[in-house]
Each structure stands twice: as structure tokens, then as C-alpha cells.
Ligand binder design. Structure first.
Ligand code: SF4
Length: 138
């Protein structure tokens, strides 16, 4: 969202570990083009039919995270940074249960981010709507 993030200077990859990040079909197609991987090698449909990034069995991190460790605090770099899904771009802003934008409790550096704006909420709501509608289309 055009802000300078603490993630890279802090060497933090916590949000890419044991990820449940959803993605749209267009984002999956872009990642498939970018990596040459089949969509089912990096994502699966969860119980609600929502396309979700897969974790590596060994590192328990997103399959796109370059890391050799399963430690939550270990460093890691996204290998598809410029093609990463919108949900990765907007994190640690997430939607609360009543559809307002909040900073996710799971982010260890959330205090270094400004409070979410109305634009953040609109972006997240649009993304959620797209993802839910795709999951219902099958
Ligand atoms: S796509 Fe990149 S930013 Fe998103 S969870 Fe995977 S490694 Fe992290």
C-alpha cells in the first residue's frame, strides 16, 4: 500500500509461515506463469472452496518463501515478491469479523505500521468479495 515496511529490514517472514493466505484465480494464473509451476503445486481449495497458498512440508512456510528453517523467527525471502497475491501485499491489514480493517495480532511488528485507513478497508472488502464469489462459482 505504498508504505515502507519494517518486514525486510527486520528480516521477518512470520506471516509467510503456516500460511492460510487466499488468492484469486487471476493471481494463481499469474503465479503459474511467473514460476512455471502448475497451480496445484502451490495452492489448494480449502474446505470453503477458497484457493489457498500451500506450505512446504519441511519448513511449514509458504512454498514460495526462500528459507531453510521451520522456525517462525527465521529469515526468509518471498521468491515471487512482485507477483505475490494481494492479501500478502495488504498484510498485516486484515478484516475483522465485522468487516473493518485491523492490524493482525499475529504480526510481531504490527506496532510499527500506521493504523489502517478507509482505503485499506475498501481494498480488503473488494478482495474478500472476489475470493468468496470465485469459491461459490467452483
Ligand atoms: S507469496 Fe510470498 S509474501 Fe505471500 S505468503 Fe508466500 S512467500 Fe509470503
Amino acid at each position: 500500500m505504498g508504505r515502507s515496511l519494517p518486514c525486510i529490514p527486520m528480516g521477518c517472514s512470520a506471516c509467510c509461515r503456516e500460511t492460510t493466505m487466499p488468492l484469486t484465480k487471476a493471481e494463481a494464473a499469474k503465479l503459474a506463469r511467473r514460476t512455471g509451476m502448475a497451480v496445484d503445486k502451490f495452492s489448494y481449495a480449502n474446505d470453503l472452496g477458497i484457493l489457498t497458498l500451500l506450505n512446504d512440508e519441511t519448513t511449514r512456510a509458504c512454498v514460495f518463501l526462500l528459507t531453510d528453517s521451520a522456525e517462525t523467527t527465521a529469515e526468509g525471502v518471498c521468491s515471487v515478491y512482485d507477483a505475490r497475491p494481494k492479501g500478502c501485499q495488504t498484510y498485516p491489514y486484515v478484516l475483522s469479523e465485522n468487516d473493518t480493517a485491523i492490524l493482525d495480532e499475529g504480526c510481531p511488528h504490527k506496532d510499527q505500521f500506521p493504523p489502517p485507513s478507509d482505503d485499506d478497508a475498501a481494498t480488503l472488502l473488494n478482495l474478500e468479495e472476489r475470493i468468496l464469489s470465485e469459491s461459490q462459482d467452483g
